[in-house]
Design a protein around this ligand. Structure first.
Ligand SMILES: [Zn+2]
Length: 391
């Protein structure tokens, strides 16, 4: 049934959303539409497809064929150009009250095309307290045709007052088989590679796709997973931490450069730079400089966030590695995320005890928490690699 079919392994969530879309159509036809709600909270672990699910639902509300996936309206929703869909994607580490107030004003207008006005708020957990309070007021008294779709990793990431006014849609980590199937059928990946990538990415579809299609990202994963075996002395631990942070910096810089260039060019075009400059309104030129400064600030905080995300992904790979070690130590019959590193896993499993492995997993989780709390990455990662030192 159209776009909902693209959500991998989310049958329960899509059943709820399909019913709600049908109820929404009923409302438009003058009916009661029991089952339609004005505020939704999409939650699920990274890679479960929260944003995709919210987007599919937005299309289902706005397309006359409940999100067929083929018509112009569906296409506009997917690429973010539909006049009645506002996609909010916080670029920095947090989303402030000023932006939220403006957003609420825009959201209050009647839908241009007569159906619904949809606000899709990605990473809504990044809203500051002030912004959350403003958001709460908007959700409490929604205009008749405005629908809020908030996305956050878990319901607990949102203020309880917001969460209690939203209908919660829970996405799950899709099973490995389902992810591998998508890679094969949609991206033309060979079965063996699809299976490997799906396992290594532990159900995170986008990561699995990158691993399957991009050799660089396979190389980076290998580099991260070679860390455990390298940690024999203090010097090696310090060096490994430095390398991990530096690689993350490089990867984040590469991604930032591409994004920044396009945005800056776009802004310069808006403010008429590149033309002769003659007759340009002075106020406009000043406005341009201000907007450029603002954009640069946003890009800087995004770069910081990207770097942190890259390190976090590496840490998740390490957690998966030690979880595999633990599984080997306990003789658990589970699917290993890193079956390709069987030799490393068994060597470490034999050389240490399960309690030690658990302590190592704790050290990695602590490092993730410290990074989230803005501790200097080099320091946090170094403390972690020292705790991972081999027996
Ligand atoms: Zn459609």
């Amino acid at each position: 049934m159209g776009l909902f079919d693209d959500l991998v392994g989310q049958e329960r969530a899509t059943a709820v959303l399909s019913r709600a879309a049908a109820a929404a159509a009923e409302v438009l036809a003058g009916g009661r539409g029991a089952g339609m709600t004005h505020a939704w909270l999409f939650t699920g672990p990274p890679g479960s497809g929260r944003e995709e699910a919210a987007r599919a639902f937005a299309a289902a509300l706005l397309c006359s064929d409940r999100g067929c996936g083929h018509c112009d309206l569906c296409h506009q929703v997917l690429i973010g150009s539909h006049p009645d869909v506002e996609i909010v994607r916080p670029q920095g580490l947090s989303y402030g009250i000023k932006d939220t107030r403006q957003l609420i004003l825009r959201a209050a207008g009647a839908p241009t095309l007569g159906r619904w006005r949809v606000v899709l708020f990605e990473d809504a957990d990044r809203a500051t307290e002030g912004a959350s309070n403003a958001l709460l007021k908007a959700i409490e008294e929604p205009p008749a045709r405005t629908v809020w779709l908030l996305c956050s990793p878990s319901p607990d990431d949102m203020m309880i007052t917001i969460r209690s006014r939203c209908r919660i849609v829970t996405l799950r980590t899709p099973p490995t088989g389902a992810v591998a199937h998508v890679l094969m059928t949609r991206d033309g990946v060979a079965p063996e590679m699809a299976e490997f990538a799906a396992r290594a990415a532990q159900g995170h579809i986008e990561r699995a796709r990158r691993l399957a299609l991009d050799e660089d990202s396979r190389r980076r994963r290998e580099a991260v997973l070679s860390i455990p075996r390298s940690l024999v002395g203090v010097g090696e631990c310090v060096a490994a931490a430095e390398k991990l942070v530096k690689t993350a910096e490089e990867e984040a810089a590469a991604v930032s450069a591409v994004l920044n260039e396009a945005e800056t060019a776009e802004l310069r075009k808006i403010y008429g730079e590149g033309s002769s400059g003659k007759g340009l309104n002075k106020g406009l030129v000043r406005g341009g400089a201000g907007a450029l400064k603002e954009l640069e600030d946003r890009q800087k905080s995004r770069a910081t966030r990207l770097k942190r995300d890259v390190i976090d992904n590496a840490l998740l790979d390490l957690v998966a590695f030690y979880r595999d070690v633990l599984a080997v130590q306990m003789g658990a019959q589970v699917e290993l995320a890193n079956g390709d590193l069987h030799h490393d896993l068994t060597t470490l499993a034999r050389a240490s005890r399960p309690e030690e492995t658990l302590k190592r997993v704790d050290a990695i989780m602590r490092c993730r928490e410290r990074l989230a709390a803005n501790v200097n990455p080099q320091m946090a990662v170094e403390a972690m690699t020292l705790s991972l030192r081999r027996p």
